[in-house]
Design a protein around this ligand. Structure first.
Ligand SMILES: [Zn+2]
Length: 389
């Protein structure tokens, strides 16, 4: 965990322990009644565009001092300064500020509106914006980005329960950290109010507080777009050895638009990508899958063969380096064809847990959300969050 100290009004992230004039530690523990989730909606930014349509206050989050109170803020860049934050030529000496709408105003962050509280702090010299929001309202802003609103309600409900369980697991694992989840594919894609749709909101409402447990505990209920025939054991990817996250054979996603894929890339571009990542093999002359998961057939390890030697590489690193949208899963074949590299494979995503397109076709076949979840998370129990604590 990072330590932040505030010396007079000068804020800096430092790693040595000195006697502070005042503490600038992040958040006190977030209360879990109601359940709140802290979402990093901006990370590592030099500036953030703020627009506030109506009355607002900017408040020092630690001392609760009101730093600015105005009736309207045209779109303006909020920047990090040595002593705090800059906005429209004004400078606020604070470690953490909160942007507080008054009387129904809306705060836009980089063009998006969020429910709940907005606070801004610095990670060294970069801005981090965290939206603290009720878990159920957070899910409103997640669902549309993960599945289509027109999907059958039972598939949407299964997705809502998986997303809620995943988020609760993140909250449990991030105690003492600055935020629980990011708003991108690193966690779950969250777009705030503009992402909300009535059918996905309804799926959240109809499953309110419903979560999955394994042996009485919340677990990371991962999900992905399409498994391509078998889901993947989380132990291979993240060293999570849980029976509920082992692979299952899935026949449901065969009609998914992502079941098969094929991509081509010039070999020179592939060589550049590997060289930039520290894999220097000279001219690529071929590839060899050296280790596969016998259950799902996903590649675990490969060898990049080159004119200057071979380089072993994990399949998950291979996918990340080439691009997760190019090599859409680790269940793939890679071949050198003249001046090009051909990638062909099955499924889209990491493959662990719920297969979203499988869930779609299961619901089309009349399966309930509980049956879908039971299939993809074997041994899990559908329960009320209040009974877990
Ligand atoms: Zn599937």
């Amino acid at each position: 965990m990072r330590t932040r100290l505030c010396l007079l009004t000068i804020c800096a992230a430092i790693s040595i322990v000195i006697t502070p004039m005042c503490s600038c530690a992040q958040d006190p523990a977030v209360p879990h009644e109601p359940v709140l989730v802290r979402v990093a909606v901006v990370k590592g930014a030099d500036s953030v565009k703020i627009f506030i349509a109506g009355n607002f206050k900017i408040v020092d989050y630690i001392s609760k001092t009101v730093l600015l109170e105005e009736k309207y803020l045209p779109e303006t860049d909020l920047t990090a300064t040595d002593t705090g934050f800059g906005l429209e030529g004004k400078e606020f000496g604070a470690c953490v500020i909160s942007l507080e709408p008054v009387g129904g105003s809306r705060v836009y962050i980089n063009g998006r509106i969020f429910r709940g509280e907005i606070r801004v702090f610095k990670d060294v010299s970069k801005l981090v914006v965290v939206n603290t929001v009720d878990l159920e309202e957070y899910l409103y802003g997640v669902m549309r980005n993960e599945v289509s609103t027109w999907w059958p309600m039972e598939a949407l409900k299964a997705q809502a329960i998986a997303a809620r369980t995943y988020a609760l697991n993140q909250i449990n694992e991030s105690k003492g950290k600055d935020y629980d989840v990011t708003a991108d594919v690193g966690s779950q894609v969250y777009g705030g109010i503009f992402s909300e749709k009535w059918r996905t909101n309804r799926a959240v409402d109809e499953t309110r507080d419903k979560v999955l447990t394994y042996n009485g505990a919340i677990f990371p209920a991962f999900f992905h777009a399409t498994c391509g025939g078998s889901t993947f054991d989380a132990d291979y990817l993240w060293n999570i050895d849980l029976p509920v996250l082992k692979g299952v054979k899935c026949r449901w996603c065969r009609k998914s638009p992502h079941f098969n894929w094929e991509k081509w890339m010039p070999v020179k571009e592939v060589e550049q990508k590997f060289a930039a990542a520290g894999y220097f093999v000279g001219d690529i002359i071929g590839f060899e899958a050296t280790k596969r998961d016998p259950f799902s057939a996903r590649i675990l390890e490969l060898k990049i063969k080159g004119s200057k030697g071979d380089a072993p590489i994990l399949a998950k690193d291979f996918r990340r380096i080439i691009g997760a949208d190019i090599v859409r899963s680790t269940n793939f074949k890679v071949t050198l064809v003249g001046e090009y590299v051909a990638f062909e494979g099955l499924g889209w995503g990491h493959g662990v847990g719920l297969c979203q397109w499988g869930a779609y076709y299961m619901s089309r076949a009349g399966k309930k959300a509980s049956e879908i979840l039971d299939f993809y998370y074997p041994g899990s129990k559908l329960t009320d969050y209040k009974d877990v604590k």
